[in-house]
Ligand binder design. Sequence first.
Ligand SMILES: CSCCC(=O)C(=O)O
Length: 133
Amino acid sequence: MDRGYKYSELVTVCPKEMEDFEEKVKGFFQEHMHSQEEIRLILDGNGYWDIRDYDGKWIRFRVTKGDLIVLPPGMFHRFTLDENNYIKALLLYTEVPHRTQHGAESESAARKEYVDKVLNNPAAVHRHQTTTQ
Ligand SMILES: CSCCC(=O)C(=O)O
């Protein structure tokens, strides 16, 4: 299936290989979203992505070599490294990546669609409630 991926970026997040490492890592950990689907394939190392559940609570998941994750457009998240301070990932995008900080999302069509289709979707919310009670 063609998902329309046209752009790729190979990133190595570690003090030796990333310019302005501290600043970039702080930026990854600030809550943000993207207006397009983005694939992350972990080629080496480890890290954590945090996403928010239906109640707004953070859920943390660990990624390691061989993992592939896709976060839907409009979903807030943040990323951090573990104590090894090293991850290498291939990022694939359908468009030139655009990042929106938490608090600045009101103008974002992707955020509106995510809220309508996921957070306020009665079928999805019902499933969530029945599985967490
Ligand atoms: C591992 S590099 C990029 C991390 C990040 O901030 C993101 O996925 O949005």
